[in-house]
Design a protein around this ligand. Structure first.
Ligand code: NDP
Length: 311
C-alpha cells in the first residue's frame, strides 16, 4: 500500500485529509495518508506546499514523486536535494478561479467601471459608452493551463485576443504567437495585457522599460502571474507618465507587499493580495489522487515540471 505524506500548510491539513481520503476511496486506490515521516525512506509520494517548511528531500530515498499543491513551482524547482519527479498543480478549481478573476478585472478596465463606482459626483454623463469588446485588443502572455482558459473566455466575450507562449500553441479563437521575436508585435497591439507566465530566469523582468514602452499609450496591465515578470521601478515610471494607464497587480517581488511600497498609494495601481486563484482542496485533492493513481498503474505522471525550463 503506497504511503502518501501530506507536507502542506498546517491550516489546510484537515481539509486535505478529508478530501484526499475521499478521493482515494472514489478512485479505488488503497493508500495510507500520513502527516509526518519518522522513516522518510518509507514514503512513496509527497503532497507538497512550501508552507510545510520541507526543504531537504535527500532522506526520501524511495519517493516516486513530489506533487506540488501550487501551480507555480519557482521556490522548489531549483532545490538540488529534490531528485524525485516533481509535478505542478493543474486543477479545475484553480483554473476556473483564475478565469473569473482575469475576466472580471479585464471587464472592469474595458467598461471603465471605476468612473461610476468611485466618481459619483452628481453629474450625468450619458454620452460616453464604452467601446465594444471587439474593439479592445487583449494580449495574454502565457498559454498554459491558466492562460489558455483566460484567453478563451476573453475571446468568447468578443475581445480580439492574442496569446503568447514559448513553443507554438493553438487555441480556438485566439491569435497565437510564440518566441521572444514575436513579443514586440504582441505588446504593441495590446490595450489590455494579462500576464500568466511562470517565474523563471527567462521571464524575470520580462516587462522592462523597453517592453512597457511598446504598449499602446494608456494600456492596462493585469498581472496574476508572478511579481518577477515586471521591472517594478520601470512600471512605476510608466504609470507616472501615463504611458501605462493602470496596473492591477495580484503578485509582487516581495509578498506580502510591504506597507510603504509605492504601489499601495499609487492612483493607477490596484493591489490584490495574491488571491487571483487559490488551490482548492476539494478539486486539488482529486488532481493529486488522479496522478498517484496513474503512477500506481505504471502510467506516466501528468504535469511533470521540466527542471531545465523551470516550469
Ligand atoms: P503553465 O506551466 O501551464 O504555463 C506556462 C505558460 O507560460 C506556457 O504557455 C509557457 O509556454 C509560457 N512560458 C513560460 N516561459 C516562457 C517564455 N520564456 N516565453 C514565452 N512563454 C513562456 O502554467 P499555468 O498556466 O498553470 O500557470 C501560470 C502561472 O500562474 C504560474 O506559474 C503561477 O506563477 C501563476 N499563478 C498565480 C496564481 C495567483 O493566485 N495569482 C495562482 C496560480 C498560478 P509553453 O506553452 O510554450 O510551454
Amino acid at each position: 500500500m503506497p504511503k502518501v505524506l501530506y507536507a502542506g500548510a498546517d491550516s489546510a491539513r484537515e481539509s486535505y485529509a478529508r478530501e484526499l481520503t475521499a478521493g482515494f476511496a472514489e478512485a479505488g486506490v488503497a493508500a495510507e495518508l500520513v502527516f509526518d515521516a519518522p522513516d522518510p525512506a518509507a514514503i512513496d509520494y509527497i503532497v507538497y506546499a512550501p508552507a510545510s517548511g520541507l526543504r531537504d528531500f535527500t532522506p526520501f530515498t524511495n519517493t516516486r514523486a513530489v506533487l506540488s499543491l501550487w501551480a507555480g513551482v519557482e521556490t522548489i524547482v531549483g532545490n538540488r536535494t529534490l531528485t524525485q519527479p516533481l509535478t505542478r498543480m493543474v486543477d479545475p478549481g484553480l483554473t476556473e478561479g483564475m478565469r473569473e478573476w482575469v475576466t472580471g478585472h479585464v471587464l472592469r478596465h474595458h467598461l471603465g467601471m471605476d468612473a461610476h463606482i468611485t466618481g459619483q459626483d452628481g453629474v450625468w454623463r450619458g454620452d460616453r459608452p464604452a467601446p465594444l469588446a471587439r474593439h479592445r485588443p487583449v494580449a495574454v502572455l502565457g498559454l498554459g493551463a491558466l492562460g489558455t482558459t483566460c484567453a478563451r473566455a476573453l475571446a468568447g466575450l468578443g475581445f480580439p485576443v492574442t496569446g503568447w507562449s514559448r513553443a507554438p500553441r493553438a487555441v480556438d479563437g485566439v491569435d497565437c504567437r510564440h518566441g521572444v521575436e514575436a513579443l514586440a508585435q504582441v505588446l504593441s497591439g495590446a490595450q489590455i495585457l494579462v500576464l500568466l507566465l511562470p517565474a523563471t530566469p527567462e521571464t524575470d523582468g520580462l516587462m522592462n522599460a523597453e517592453r512597457l514602452a511598446l504598449l499602446p499609450p494608456g494600456a492596462v496591465i493585469v498581472n496574476p502571474g508572478r511579481g518577477s515578470l515586471i521591472d517594478e521601478p520601470a512600471l512605476l515610471a510608466a504609470l507616472d507618465s501615463g504611458r501605462v494607464g493602470h496596473a492591477t497587480l495580484d503578485v509582487f517581488r516581495t509578498e506580502p507587499l510591504p506597507p510603504g511600497h509605492p504601489f499601495w498609494a499609487h492612483p493607477r495601481v490596484t493591489v490584490t493580495p495574491h488571491i487571483a486563484s487559490a488551490t482548492r482542496p476539494e478539486t486539488a485533492a482529486r488532481a493529486i489522487v488522479r496522478n498517484i493513481s496513474r503512477a500506481e498503474r505504471g502510467e506516466p505522471l501528468e504535469h511533470v515540471v521540466d527542471r531545465a525550463r523551470g516550469y
